[in-house]
Design a protein around this ligand. Structure first.
Ligand SMILES: O=P(O)(O)OC[C@H]1O[C@H](OP(=O)(O)OP(=O)(O)O)[C@H](O)[C@@H]1O
Ligand SMILES: O=c1cc[nH]c(=O)[nH]1
Ligand SMILES: [Mg+2]
Length: 208
C-alpha cells in the first residue's frame, strides 16, 4: 500500500489548524513539527524489535528494543527543514541527509542543487520529509538520489499530498510508502495543491 493516509484524530485536528489562512508563522512552524512527529510515529510502527534484559530496581526484567535499524532523515530544502525537529524528537540518534531541490515555478520541473547524504545508506531506513507532495517531481528526484547512493528502504512523510503526485510515486517507485495527513483534491493551474497549505516554504520561513 504505497499511500498511507493517517486518520488519527490528532492528525486531522492539527491539519485543520495548519490550513487556516490566518495562522501565524510561529504556529505554522509549531504545528508542522507536531504533525511531523505524528507521521514519524506511524511510519515507524512496523520496525522490528528484539528482546533483551534490563537491570531494574527490582532486578533483571525483560525489555524490547529496535533491532539494528539505522535511520536517516532526509529533509528536502527548504520546506522539509520545518519537519526535521519533529522527526528528531522521536528518533534523536537519526543521521540527517540534506537534499536541496526546488521546483521551477514555470515548468514545475524539479531542480536539484544540494546533496549531503549520511554514510552507510545501504543499511539505513530513509524518512524523506517535505510538507508538500504536489506534482511529485521533487520527491521523485530525491528518491532517485537516495537510490543511486545505495538506499534500499525509503518512506516519504508529507503533510499534504495531491493525487497526481501520489500516482507518480506509486507508478515509478512502488517500493516507497507515502505517509500523509491528507490526500487533497488536486493541483490548480499553477501546480499548487487545493486546498493544500499554500506555499509551505514561505509559511515556515516567513518569507511572504
Ligand atoms: O511535488 P512538486 O511539484 O515537486 O512540489 C512540491 C515541492 O515544492 C515545494 O518546494 P519549493 O520548490 O517551493 O521550494 P522551497 O521549499 O525552497 O520553498 C515543496 O516544499 C516541495 O518540495
Ligand atoms: O501546494 C504547494 C505546491 C508546491 N509547493 C508548496 O509549497 N505548495
Ligand atoms: Mg516554496
Amino acid at each position: 500500500m504505497p499511500v498511507h493516509e493517517i486518520t488519527h484524530p490528532l492528525v486531522k485536528h492539527k491539519l485543520g489548524i495548519l490550513r487556516q489562512q490566518s495562522l501565524s508563522t510561529r504556529s505554522f512552524r509549531q504545528v508542522t513539527a507536531e504533525l511531523a512527529a505524528l507521521l514519524t510515529y506511524e511510519a515507524t510502527s512496523d520496525l522490528a524489535l528484539e528482546d533483551y534484559q534490563v537491570q531494574t530496581w527490582a532486578g533483571p526484567a525483560p525489555a524490547q528494543r529496535i533491532k539494528g535499524k539505522k535511520v536517516t532523515v532526509v529533509p528536502i530544502l527548504r520546506a522539509g527543514i520545518g519537519m526535521l525537529d519533529g522527526v528528531l524528537e522521536l528518533i534523536p540518534s537519526a543521521r540527517v541527509s540534506v537534499v536541496g531541490v526546488y521546483r521551477n515555478e514555470e515548468t514545475l520541473q524539479p531542480v536539484a542543487y544540494f546533496e549531503k547524504l549520511a554514510h552507510g545508506l545501504n543499511e539505513r531506513l530513509a524518512l524523506v520529509v517535505d510538507p508538500m507532495l504536489a506534482t511529485g517531481g521533487s520527491m521523485l528526484a530525491t528518491i532517485e538520489m537516495l537510490k543511486k547512493a545505495g538506499c534500499k528502504q525509503i518512506r516519504a512523510l508529507v503533510l499534504v499530498a495531491a493525487p497526481e503526485g501520489v500516482r507518480r510515486v506509486e507508478q515509478e517507485h512502488p517500493d516507497v510508502t507515502i505517509y500523509t495527513a491528507g490526500v487533497d483534491q488536486g493541483l490548480n493551474e499553477d501546480g499548487y495543491i487545493v486546498p493544500g497549505l499554500g506555499d509551505a516554504g514561505d509559511k515556515i520561513f516567513g518569507t511572504k
